[in-house]
Design a protein around this ligand. Structure first.
Ligand code: PMP
Length: 306
């Protein structure tokens, strides 16, 4: 990842990709307190367009606020910077990674007084869980690791250190031959994937866990909005893993994962073991929206321009 052409926005300037380095004594590298976003830009007839840029940037700043990180840039500056990164790298479609971290002035636990830095990189990234996964669904295993507890980690923040939990769960699932992990909360209810929110469909209604222990996903919100607007009832509630086994359909949502059907959980086939009709409807609405083919949700796109 570090050796390629292109530009990265770092602390207010576009610099060469290979020069976007940090010192080994960077506070965030040692203790994991950095916050980040995953954002996607899609190819449209008007050129690349970034999906829900303002919402992602606001969540980034909220994450920083939760950790009392004093970000030296405001919302509009960070929005403009992300547009600039897509444009300057001449990317038709891409994944974008804004990151805010604490500098290397001192390494005590107290981060106060250290500088706060921002970088934004962008690169092409295809289907996170594979094209096949998008079409046919993936095999998922309930993790032996619990998701964060609300009074251990503040889960409204998207923080780097939290992803140790995601990595443990994902590694376990992949080692055991599955495509992704499903994590339960500390009470044993379904929470989310290692980098995705989760949904089930039962008797024509869509269910997803409430936000107590999972990330407030922007794709999750898009699905809830599109489903409600299409007259599909959506219910946010506690869900048990056996409800997932007995659901008609299940799917993951996320910026990287987009809308990926789940065809199996813990070796139980879900529904007919393939992408179900409501999943397919949500997927096709979503891909129309991001391709700029939907007037109704055009306000979710920021066209980058040439
Ligand atoms: N949960 C976790 C743990 C994630 O990392 C992500 C990806 N950001 C999501 C859910 C989905 O969020 P979004 O739709 O905003 O990408």
């Amino acid at each position: 990842m570090d050796d390629r052409d292109g530009k990265i926005w770092k602390d207010g300037k576009l610099i060469d990709w290979r020069d976007a380095n940090i010192h080994v004594l960077t506070h965030s590298l040692h203790y994991g307190m950095a916050v980040f976003e995953g954002v996607r830009a899609y190819k449209t007839e008007q050129g690349p367009a970034i999906f829900r840029l303002k919402e992602h940037t606001q969540r980034l700043l909220n994450s920083a606020k939760i950790f009392q990180m004093q970000v030296p840039y405001d919302l509009q500056t960070l929005i403009d910077a992300q547009i600039e990164v897509v444009r300057e790298n001449k990317l038709e479609s891409c994944y974008m990674r804004p990151l805010i971290w604490i500098g290397s002035e001192k390494l005590g636990i107290a981060a106060k007084g250290n500088t706060v830095h921002v970088a934004i990189a962008a690169w092409p990234w295809g289907a996170y869980l594979g094209e096949d996964g998008l079409a046919k669904g993936i095999r998922v295993k309930t993790s032996s690791f619990s998701r964060h507890h609300v009074n251990v980690s503040l889960v409204r923040a998207k923080a780097s250190g939290y992803y140790i939990n995601s990595i443990l769960a994902n590694q376990e699932a992949l080692t055991d031959g599955y495509d992704e992990a499903l994590l339960l909360d500390t009470d044993g209810y379904v929470s989310e994937g290692s980098g995705e929110n989760v949904f089930i469909v039962k008797n024509g209604k869509i269910y997803t866990p409430d936000l107590a222990s999972c990330l407030d996903g922007i794709t999750r919100d898009a699905v809830l909005t599109m489903a409600r607007d299409s007259g599909i009832e959506v219910i946010e509630k506690r869900i048990t893993r056996d409800e997932v086994y007995c659901s008609d359909e299940a799917f993951f949502t996320g910026t990287a994962a987009e809308i990926t059907p789940i065809r199996e959980l813990d070796n139980r086939t879900i529904g007919e073991g393939k992408r179900g009709p409501i999943t397919e409807k949500m997927q096709s609405m979503f891909f129309d929206v991001v391709a700029g083919k939907s007037d109704k949700y055009r306000h979710w796109l920021t066209v980058v321009g040439k």
